[in-house]
Design a protein around this ligand. Sequence first.
Ligand SMILES: CC(C)(COP(=O)(O)OP(=O)(O)OC[C@H]1O[C@@H](n2cnc3c(N)ncnc32)[C@H](O)[C@@H]1OP(=O)(O)O)[C@@H](O)C(=O)NCCC(=O)NCCS
Length: 168
Amino acid sequence: MNSKYSIRIASKNDEKKVTSFIELVDKDFYPPLSQRSGGIPERVERCLDTDEANFLVVEPNVNRENSQSEGFIGMLGYTKNWKGQDTAYINFLATHPDYRNLGISKALYMQLEKKLAESGIKRIYLCTWSGNPAAIKFYESIGYYRYAVVLNDRGNGVNTIYYKKVLI
Ligand SMILES: CC(C)(COP(=O)(O)OP(=O)(O)OC[C@H]1O[C@@H](n2cnc3c(N)ncnc32)[C@H](O)[C@@H]1OP(=O)(O)O)[C@@H](O)C(=O)NCCC(=O)NCCS
């Protein structure tokens, strides 16, 4: 574990911090998550600490007196049993803009994959959009392959790219 930050599973008590983090990175998504069906509140309700979905969150390791004010610096959302019992779907991934390119998403993802593999998950799905080279490079670097592309799915010539990884 990196000594500068810690990764843990979120709980219902994290609702405000989860919401604030999604709001912080909202405009990095295309279209923004706040403009998608149900917006951010419904996403949090659907994905935070339910039977099948939750977030892994990253917190900086700071002095105790400062820790109250610290929000998350990375978050990964996953849903189990997405296309059958042994599958999962990554429904959210972002790193705080001030902490990108430091390996946080990679650390988050490795923890998730281990946890899902241990619980019997055999395939993980996700999607991103053309015009997001950071995410495309990231997913391909950790073993995901494209299995479908929906052209102009997001308007303005922006395609949705579907990815899948089969766990060994
Ligand atoms: C995509 C994103 C989650 C990556 O998070 P991160 O913590 O900065 O990523 P990491 O530092 O763990 O990088 C891991 C690998 O991803 C790739 N990568 C990350 N950022 C990249 C960039 N800006 N350009 C190209 N490749 C990039 C690299 O392969 C990198 O490995 P390397 O450093 O050994 O070359 C981050 O840029 C982000 O939050 N973007 C906005 C939200 C978003 O697009 N989420 C994905 C939606 S599908």
